[in-house]
Write a protein that binds this ligand. Structure first.
Ligand SMILES: Nc1ncnc2c1ncn2[C@@H]1O[C@H](COP(=O)(O)OP(=O)(O)OP(=O)(O)O)[C@@H](O)[C@H]1O
Ligand SMILES: CCCC(=O)O
Length: 359
């Protein structure tokens, strides 16, 4: 009997569900949630209810029931995982994952409420739940950790799961080992993370979740200290309001009222000058971040790889290329390899090929 694996990958604005039987992909459904649906389910607990119904619909469409599954595998929230691998969600690991769930607050990202959703789905059944290659695995070099503020190290926040899966896929496609390549990997999704990978190790990156780097669909990216001070102390805003502004009402959404790059492209095609300027600024900031990874890799780069939903945009890739095309060849893997990476990570531990990590 094959192991039946349900993969749940909830993004900020998207939901991706897959069913695998052993290593075999059966079906995937990918949904981009429209702004109206997100607004109709404003709190994290509302999102649990909303997306649970979508999962159940996906199972019905494909003639599966929740009880058919031997395991659930999830994209993890950004907890400080000590290393890459497959984590069993029990004990301390479970506590850490649940510490990101704030039912009565606006959700930051789907990975924050996916475990409560699974808990509702599995009920009393003791089905193992796994996480694979969590986003906050820290492989920074020693020098990359040092910030200018003593006591506050620079820390990575990259789409670790997808960055690693894409790096391995590229290595396989060119018939080389990931451990012998120097790569810049640009995950252009709801969030943007750009990583410098040196011989199989992500030695530096921007802070894709909450911090420095390019702005993204709805996040501000780098913000000057003086602006932070003004927001925190001069505007009478609460901590939650400042956070919501920087992550949720910034980036494309802040400038143009949409976090959908396809809509931005449509508006540019209709002649909207502001959309054009913001689009060009996005490409410019991404190119500059690629430049910083290029420096981290001492200018020796085998490929600059693009992945994530926004990598589908030929216009965006073209605009980035106009700045950094001379650095290294561009390689495109639009979308992501996260579903497969999650399923195979769970499969390895189910079959005993790998020990799960327990915290
Ligand atoms: N064909 C396309 N052309 C242009 N942009 C696209 C296309 N498909 C998706 N996008 C854009 O990609 C972005 C969403 O990317 P993606 O689905 O990878 O994000 P996510 O999974 O929600 O978040 P994250 O990648 O941070 O986990 C949106 O801005 C969307 O408009
Ligand atoms: C690395 C960024 C992951 C997220 O979108 O929070």
């Amino acid at each position: 009997m094959a192991f039946k694996i349900l993969v749940l990958n909830l993004g900020g604005t998207s939901s991706k569900f897959s069913i695998y039987e052993d290593e075999r992909h059966i079906v995937t459904k990918s949904i981009s949630h429209c702004a109206e649906d997100m607004a109709a389910h404003p709190l994290s607990k509302d999102q649990v209810a909303y997306r649970k119904e979508i999962v159940l619909g996906f199972l019905r469409e494909n003639h599966y029931q929740v009880d058919d599954f031997d395991t659930f595998v999830l994209r993890a929230p950004p907890f400080p995982a000590p290393r890459g691998g497959t984590y069993l969600v029990e004990g301390r690991c479970r506590e850490l994952v649940l510490s990101y769930y704030h039912p009565d607050e606006k959700p930051i990202h789907g990975n924050r409420f996916v475990l409560p959703l699974i808990d509702e789905l599995r009920g009393a059944r003791n089905v193992p739940v796994y996480l694979v290659d969590p986003d906050m695995v820290d492989e920074f070099s020693e020098v990359a950790h040092v910030s200018g503020l003593p006591g506050y190290a620079r820390k990575p926040s990259i789409h670790y799961l997808n960055q690693k899966a894409i790096a391995r896929k590229y290595a396989q496609d060119v018939g080389r080992a990931y451990s012998e390549l120097r790569l810049i990997i640009c995950h252009l999704g709801g969030g943007i993370s750009i990583g410098a990978h040196e011989y199989g190790v992500a030695i530096d990156s921007n802070e894709g979740s909450e911090g420095w780097g390019p702005f993204s669909t709805d996040r501000a990216g780098t913000v000057a200290t003086s602006i932070m001070l003004e927001l925190c102390f001069d505007k009478g805003l609460t901590r939650q309001e400042v956070h919501g502004l920087l992550r949720g009402k910034a980036g494309l959404k802040g400038h143009l009222g949409t976090d959908d790059l396809r809509e931005v492209e449509r508006r540019i095609a209709e002649g909207e000058q502001k959309a054009k300027l913001v689009f060009n600024a996005l490409a410019y900031q991404i190119a500059k971040e690629i430049g910083s990874c290029y420096a981290a890799l001492r200018g020796k780069v085998d490929a600059i790889i693009f992945t994530g939903g926004m990598s589908n945009s030929k216009k965006l890739i073209g605009a980035i290329e106009s700045y950094v095309s001379g650095f290294a060849p561009f390689v495109l893997y639009p979308g992501e390899k996260e579903q497969e990476a999650l399923a195979l990570g769970a499969y390895r531990v189910l079959t005993g090929a790998e020990e799960p990590i327990r915290l």
